[in-house]
Ligand binder design. Sequence first.
Ligand code: NAP
Length: 297
Amino acid sequence: MNDVKIGWIGTGVMGEAMCSRLIDAGYKCCVSNRTKSKADSLVAKGATFYKTPFRVAKECDIVFTMVGFPKDVEQVYFSDTGLLEGSKPGQIFCDMTTTKPSIATRIYSSSKTYEVEFVDAPVSGGDIGAKNGKLSIMAGGDKAIYDKLKPLFDIMGNPIYEGYSGSGQHTKMANQIAIAGIMGGVCESLLYATKMGLNLSVMLETIRGGAAACWSLDNLAPRIIKEDFEPGFYVDHFVKDMKIALEEAEKVNLNLPTLKLVESLYEEAQKQGYGKNGTQALFLALVNMNNIKIYEE
Ligand code: NAP
C-alpha cells in the first residue's frame, strides 16, 4: 500500500472512474463532490468524504480536481473553502477538468504564492477510457512535478508532457477542434445511411476499417445505432469546450470555420433539449432539423 494520500474533487462521470482506479491500485483517497451521493461508490471502496476542497487539502499530499466548468474550477481553487486556502507548502495540485488555459496559468502563478505546485492535465478518451485506464492525459507545468505525478497518471491512462503551464489545456483544445469535425461527420454519415435505407450496423462495420476509422465511429456510432443517447460526454460540456477554443483562436486572430459551424449545430442541439445527453445526440438534432421520422412513436 502506497502511503501518499490522494485527494479527489469532483466525482462525476469521469472523476468517479478515475479515482476508483487509484483506490484499486492501493492509494488512500479523500474525496469531495458538490452532490455527496455521487461519491458513495468511492466511500464504499474505502475513500473518506469531506464537505469542502479546503478539508481535502488539509488531509492530502496530492489533490486532483475533475469538475465541470471553468467557474467550478475557480471555486474549487480560489474560494474561502477552496484548495489554495487549505494548502500547505510542498503540496501538489492537478486539474484534469477541461477548462480555460488562462485559468490554468492563473492557478499556476497563485500556486507559487502559496508555495505549492500545480499541473494542468485534461484528458481525452471518454467514460470508457476513464473506466479502463486508457485516457490520453495532456500535461502542462513544471516537468519535475509532472514526473512526480506520472506513476499516478499511468494508472489512469497514457500521460504526455506538453510543456509550459496551460499547454495541457491548449492540447485539449486542439483535441476538441479535431473531435468537432469528426462528430459532425459521424452523425451526418449515419443520418445519410438511414435515409438511404442502409443496414446501419453493416455500413458501420464496413467503413470503420477504412480511411474513416476513428474513436467516435468505434465508440459513439454504435450507441447511436442502439438509440443510446446517454452521456458519456455531455453536449453542455462539449459546447463549453468549443466556446473556449473559439475564444482562444480569436485571441490570436485565427479563423476556424469548421469549429464555428459545428459549435452552432451543438447549440441547436442544446436548444432542442439535448444538453444533458451525450455528444452523439447531435444525430437527434440533425434528424429534427431534417424533419425525418426514424423512431416509432
Ligand atoms: P460531471 O459528471 O458533471 O462531473 C463533474 C463533477 O464535479 C460533478 O459531480 C459536480 O458535482 C462536481 N463539481 C462541480 N463543481 C464542484 C465544486 N465547486 N465542488 C465540488 N464538486 C464540484 O462531468 P464529467 O463528464 O465527469 O466531466 C468532467 C470534466 O471532464 C469536464 O470539464 C468535461 O468537459 C471533461 N471531460 C469529460 C469527458 C467525458 O467523456 N465525460 C471526457 C474528457 C473530458 P454535482 O454532482 O453536484 O454536479
